[in-house]
Design a protein around this ligand. Structure first.
Ligand code: ADP
Ligand code: MG
Length: 238
């Protein structure tokens, strides 16, 4: 059984079916990128994994256990959004520490965890700053730090780089790849950027109108697109 298994997943909002029977799986330590045009259902799919949206039909399991009916806080999943939503009045260290404080983690353990995450993300020199004193890329790193420090089973990223300028996007893409390699975490990552998908993914799911058009490795998808849509979207050679 794969680490993450999504089977027969449907999501309806009223009469509108947004996810039309999604089947996907991901091995432990894998990096699955959901890619597709705006409105195809990428965020909705991610939100169902996080538990922010209830599913209409089907099942999602992580590590051999169905999570479909679990409250989001019980899923051991951390999500990083496009808008970083840092606490403006707290320092970087405070932002990273907050969740641990809520869980009653002792101060010395919190400090050790913050230092470890700060090292991985290279934000050690920023720990005393407020979010307003950070660049977009630095804020995004802090948001990742806040997720990483929880040491979740699964990471979800919803277009984390789309608010950044082009140069920073490339730098952060490299950072995220490094982060994945350094931590071996299992990641599901949403983007509408084909290059981001090709460089980060171990597996890609190309979506259109609530359906997966093709699921495979970056090389499979690029070299053997299943249909014209995939070929066109991924910029495969004709
Ligand atoms: P993507 O992330 O790929 O851009 P979304 O998952 O955000 O796409 O949205 C997919 C479709 O579902 C869109 O047509 C959107 O309008 C619709 N949708 C998303 N959330 C809701 C909701 N809460 N109620 C009704 N429709 C929604
Ligand atoms: Mg979206």
């Amino acid at each position: 059984m794969a680490f993450l298994e999504i089977s027969g997943l449907r999501k309806r909002f009223g009469a509108l079916e947004i996810l039309k029977g999604i089947d996907l799986e991901l091995e432990k330590g894998g990096f699955l990128v959901l890619v597709g045009p705006s409105g195809c259902g990428k965020s909705t799919l991610l939100n169902t994994i996080a538990g922010l949206e209830a599913i209409t039909e089907g099942d999602i399991s992580v590590d051999g256990r169905s999570i479909s009916d679990l409250h989001p806080s019980k899923r051991d999943i951390a999500m990083v959004f496009q808008s970083y939503a840092l606490y403006p009045n707290m320092t970087v260290a405070g932002n990273i520490s907050f969740g641990m404080e809520m869980r009653g983690v002792p101060a010395d353990e919190r400090k050790a965890a913050i230092d470890k995450v700060a090292k991985v993300l290279q934000i050690g020199h920023l720990l005393d700053r407020k979010p307003s004193q950070l660049s977009g890329g630095q804020r995004q790193r802090v948001a990742m730090g806040r997720a990483l420090v929880r040491d979740p089973k699964l990471f979800l990223f919803d277009e984390p780089l789309s608010n950044l300028d082009a140069k920073l996007r490339v730098d952060m893409r490299i950072e995220i790849k490094r982060l994945h390699q350094a931590t071996g975490k299992t990641i599901v990552y949403v983007t509408h950027d084909q290059i981001e998908a090709m460089t980060l993914a171990t597996k890609i799911a190309v979506m259109k109108d609530g359906e997966v058009q093709q699921f495979g490795t970056p090389a499979e998808i690029y070299n053997n697109p299943a249909n014209m849509f995939v070929a066109d979207f991924m910029g495969s050679p004709a």
